[in-house]
Design a protein around this ligand. Structure first.
Ligand code: F3S
Length: 753
């Protein structure tokens, strides 16, 4: 077993006291979500003062999981704090960088070649700093976590948006940006917003064609893609307990599609079975012993309105199979309605590809139910009509389904098996059958379907359904096929109709468990980065600034007009390959931003040379000349992804402060961490006072007080001056980050002291 039960036991032992205090504090019973959140906060917290959807909360995470794309910058930052070992159990998973093209073996070899320097870096840094390393081909982060590290009652953060997958195993699992992971890896609490609570009561029982995927497709259709923002969704009731542990994971995985902080099911017997089947008896025994802490208190199911901000109910016995899409997960209808919908909207009817597996639907149950349909069709002499791709979630699943003949039966009807990796789920799919711009429809059992997500082609219409429906549709070959009612012609001209799928939750012979692709840390060795690398570079700690001298004569790099998201600040796409190289990726700084002083996006005037240039080039020149600068912004700067590069790049290129009408919360927090001052206009009309050729002095930074306003003196080109007031939201601890140059500088200095 890879998971050490000792810290879990310690956590469970301490929960009783914490929860008694919380019950007393609130004067009522607690839900499972509250139990986990409260027992991971400072015991001195006054829980009754926490406002759902508003208050910031600080949580002690038990575990960190990172995928290979986001882990690069997180580890580089961690290293810059000069701390010898990660503070909590942490794992790194190589799953995102493997491109699907011709099939598992060749694709894996190609990825090992193309990404060698990244894998070498991740492996060597994992070994040195005490992190578990999962090699390329070992599996997809969420499936590997589920099989090896999921544990009811614990709290995990992961640098991937589908981290909530683990909520199916009764834990709070939150997808975060790299900077939050670094906080936890360096032994700090991580901050999030106190969520609102959504309760979804499940009654009845799934049967026939309906699968757990249909629960979340229905929920997405009901609540919409924005319906989960700043909320935790909890599933409860008899129907919830009837679902296998792996089925629950499918439901919580796709809570991310609603923007939910996370989703969860409380501990039950099915989770106990799963932990034992995945050879984690010691942890299962602990959960059994401390069961009372891992489920909601008695009153919650009887009086849910007392505990949840929103309540919904779904009867699983009446739920029908669904298909959602294209382009959004909340555009749902039943399979029976798909034909009419395709006609009405003129979706291309032919299915160019059908894909199953991924982190969302790779369980033994999913694959045995799906193969039961493939076997019926095989017996009737049928082959798939669409390209049919299978992405196993982990090496353990791959070995198990290969041993049990499932893979062979898929291949016999025409499937191509891809590497145990994300592949087409994250756009890593090289298609030879379709050119960019070709309009076509695909169907998958994955989780995300916005335009370009799977193959980079905006004209691919991506639909999502259960793996069972996807496999059956691969034989129908068209969106119009309803496998529950329609027939297909066999080669000898007979009518063939699918019978409902059947499968096993667990393999009779247990899971295969040869080499799973895991490397345990050695706490030794050197971290490998080629000095000539364009993709990776060690991160030097950011320099400390003199709070008086370095803030006297600042230039205005630009003034954002309208929206300035993290993508406007640091574009994704081709730039992502530089995400482990701060200096190279900084060449995209503000490339997507509209400058109020200039007509062209991403450009501005260099006030020193008088030349028009890209903003990143101007910033670099200011930096090289030792000139500090500020950027000015409208409302909600930094909305969008939680990518820490959006705050690190300005800092690296010499930005001292951002002055905005308002901030997206995570971006503001990231600026503070990197040592950039996030100021807000006291009077929003002052946005207009700042001119392109102003020189700005920020007063009183040597005596900065928590939350106290600061004065900016603007000296305009004609020599006239304006004084404006700005406010900030830095508390005492965050001020120390500013004075130290960054949060990591501060944490590193504290550990060294
Ligand atoms: Fe993300 Fe990979 Fe799953 S891309 S959605 S973790 S398969």
């Amino acid at each position: 077993m890879l998971m050490d039960p000792a810290p879990i036991e310690k956590r469970f032992e301490s929960m009783g006291k914490a929860l008694d205090a919380a019950r007393k504090n609130l004067g009522r019973d607690l839900t499972i979500v509250e139990k986990i959140l409260f027992s991971h906060m400072d015991p001195a917290t006054d829980f009754s003062k926490l406002e759902r959807g508003k208050s910031d909360i600080f949580l002690d995470a038990d575990r960190v999981a990172m995928q290979d794309a986001t882990a690069q910058m997180a580890i580089l930052q961690f290293m810059s704090a000069k701390i010898p070992e990660v503070a909590v159990p942490t794992t790194v998973h190589c799953d995102h960088l493997i491109q699907a093209h011709t099939g598992s073996e060749t694709d894996l070899k190609e990825a090992e070649n193309v990404n060698k320097e990244v894998y070498d870096f991740l492996r060597s840094s994992s070994m040195k700093y005490g992190m578990g390393f999962w090699k390329p081909g070992s599996g997809i982060i969420h499936q590997v976590v589920y099989e090896n590290y999921s544990c009811p009652g614990t709290l995990m953060i992961g640098t991937d948006s589908h981290t909530p997958n683990a909520g199916g195993m009764g834990m709070i699992a939150i997808g975060v940006g790299g900077a939050d992971a670094v906080d936890v890896m360096t032994g700090q609490r991580f901050m999030t917003r106190m969520p609102k609570f959504v309760g979804i009561k499940l009654t009845g029982k799934l049967s026939g064609w309906t699968a757990s995927k249909d629960i979340i497709l229905k929920v997405a259709t009901m609540l919409t893609a924005k319906g989960g923002t700043n909320k935790i969704i909890e599933y409860f009731g008899e129907g919830a307990r009837s679902l296998s542990a792996t089925s629950k994971g499918t439901v919580t995985n796709m809570g991310a599609e609603l923007g939910a902080t996370t989703s969860i099911f409380a501990y039950d017997d099915n989770m106990d079975v799963y932990m034992r089947k995945t050879e984690r008896d010691a942890v299962a025994d602990l959960c059994k012993k401390y069961k009372e802490h891992l489920v909601s208190d008695a009153d919650v199911e009887k009086n849910p309105e007392k505990y949840y901000d929103e309540i919904y109910e779904i009867n699983l016995s009446e739920l029908e199979p669904h298909i959602v899409g294209p382009h959004t997960p909340d555009l749902g209808r039943t399979v029976a309605q798909m034909k009419a919908d395709a006609e009405k909207n003129d979706y291309p009817r032919g299915l160019s590809a059908a894909l199953i597996g991924s982190c969302t639907n790779s369980s033994y149950e999913d694959l045995t139910r799906s193969v039961s349909l493939a076997r019926q069709a095989k017996k009737a002499g049928l082959k798939v009509k669409s390209q049919f791709l299978v992405t196993p979630g982990s090496e353990r699943i791959f070995q198990t389904i290969t041993r049990d003949g499932i893979m062979k039966d898929f291949e016999d009807v025409g499937a191509t098996v891809l590497a145990n990796a994300c592949g087409p789920c994250i756009g890593q799919w090289k298609r030879d059958d379709i050119q960019k711009g070709d309009k076509n429809s695909i169907i998958s059992s994955y989780n995300r379907n916005f335009a370009k997500r799977n193959d980079g082609n905006a004209e691919t219409l991506s639909f999502i359904s259960s793996p069972e429906i996807v496999v059956a549709m691969a034989f129908g070959g068209t969106l119009e096929f309803n496998p529950m009612t329609d027939t297909l012609k066999t080669p000898d001209g007979k009518d063939f109709k699918f019978q409902p799928p059947e499968g096993d939750v667990y393999p009779d012979q247990g899971y295969a468990s040869k080499d799973s692709g895991y490397l345990a840390p050695t706490n030794s060795g050197e971290v490998l980065i080629d000095p000539k690398s364009e993709r990776l570079a060690f991160l030097e700690p950011f320099p400390k600034h003199d709070p008086v001298a370095d803030y006297k004569d600042l230039k205005v790099l630009f003034k954002a007009a309208g929206k300035c998201t993290t993508d406007h600040i640091s574009q994704a796409g081709p730039w992502l390959k530089f995400r482990g190289h701060l200096d190279n990726i900084s060449n995209n700084l503000f490339l997507g931003a509209e400058n109020a002083f200039h007509g062209e996006t991403g450009k501005g005037n260099n006030v020193v040379t008088g030349q028009v240039d890209e903003l990143n080039k101007i910033a670099r020149e200011y930096k090289d000349k030792g000139i500090g600068w500020v950027a000015v912004a409208d409302e909600n700067i930094g909305e969008g992804s939680s990518r820490e590069h959006a705050a690190m790049e300005p800092r690296h290129m010499g930005c001292r402060a951002i002055i905005a009408k308002s901030y997206a919360r995570i971006f503001e927090a990231n600026l503070k961490k990197q040592g950039v001052l996030p100021f807000t206009f006291d009077d929003k009309a002052d946005y207009d006072k700042i001119q392109q050729k102003d020189s700005i002095a920020i007063e009183g930074l040597d005596k900065l007080k928590p939350y106290e306003p600061v004065t900016l003196v603007l000296t305009h080109e004609d020599g006239s001056t304006d004084k404006i007031k700005v406010t900030h939201s830095m508390n005492e601890g965050e001020l120390q980050w500013f004075y130290a140059g960054s949060a990591l500088n501060y944490v590193g200095s504290q550990k060294a002291a």
